[in-house]
Design a protein around this ligand. Structure first.
Ligand code: CTP
Ligand code: MG
Length: 254
């Protein structure tokens, strides 16, 4: 059984608004991408390959590939770099293609596991990666980490009230059946290859609506298993998220 990890770090970080790709943004003295890699040391001995999918502009690419070399996983684990695409799913595809050309084309696709991690979830603890690997290796073709939803979630009518213009509640969605999904998401290499073949046959508008690889599995009729995520694995999207990650870092480091 082979294990690979693809970290997608090619996004531009518009909503964070630092004028640079999000993976380059400083968090407690190091770029966000460094935090992802630093948390992998215990696990990384068991990895057969790590692929970092980086922004296309040369300065960011150079900075982050240096981070990959410096904070890279355990000695002996090969780390590969490639450039991402214009959306997350094309960056994931670039990562899978890089993995295949780096040697995974010779792996047994049904017995190989690929995890896809968002660099933006910088603080994801190693235990979550371990759980996802274990669930795929126990027989699930697709696995997502998730947490119960604590907010009360209401669905609103598609049209606002004609007189007041206010949104109107349609119903309260039962919270017990809702989960907030995180990364890393795990798949057999076989399913990932089938998933890209599947979306290749769909119209663009439908592909756009598939926001993660687990959704492709769902659209293919493949069961997606859920394992526990982590409160620490929050996605850094806005300035408030970055501040929260900074606080988490300070409380976890002496
Ligand atoms: N991502 C990527 N390639 C893209 C877009 C996103 O690799 N073309 C990655 C990001 O680097 C991030 C993850 O996908 O790790 C989740 O994306 P998101 O949080 O939306 O990051 P950004 O796209 O960078 O942020 P924004 O949407 O605010 O620009
Ligand atoms: Mg984005």
């Amino acid at each position: 059984a082979r294990r690979a990890l693809i970290v997608v770090a090619a996004g531009s970080g518009e909503r964070l608004g630092h004028g640079m790709p999000k993976a380059c943004v400083d968090l407690g003295g190091r770029p966000i991408l460094a935090h992802v890699l630093q948390r992998l040391h215990g696990l990384s001995r068991g990895l057969d390959a790590v692929v970092l999918v980086l922004p296309g502009d040369q300065a960011s690419y150079d900075q982050l590939s240096a981070v990959g070399e410096q904070f890279g996983v355990a000695a002996g684990v090969p780390v590969f770099f490639t450039r991402g695409g214009s959306n997350r799913s094309s960056s994931v595809r670039a990562g899978v293609e890089c993995l295949l050309s780096a040697g995974a084309a010779d792996w047994d696709p049904a017995a190989s596991t690929v995890l896809i991690q968002d660099a933006a979830r910088a603080m994801t603890p190693e235990t979550v990666y371990a759980r996802v690997f274990a669930a795929v290796e126990a027989g699930a073709a697709a696995v997502v980490p998730a947490l119960p939803v604590t907010d009360t979630i209401k669905r609103v009518h598609p049209e606002p009230h004609p007189d007041t213009g206010a949104e109107q509640v349609e119903e309260t969605v039962p919270r017990s059946s809702l989960r907030a999904v995180q990364t890393p998401q795990g798949f057999t290499l076989e399913l990932l290859q089938q998933a890209f073949a599947f979306i290749g046959d769909l119209p663009d508008a439908q592909v756009e609506a598939l926001t993660d690889e687990a959704m492709i599995a769902e659209a293919m009729g493949v069961d997606v298993a859920v394992v526990p995520g982590s409160e620490s694995a929050v996605k850094i999207t806005t300035a408030a998220d970055l501040a929260a990650a900074q606080a988490l870092l300070q409380s976890s480091e002496p």
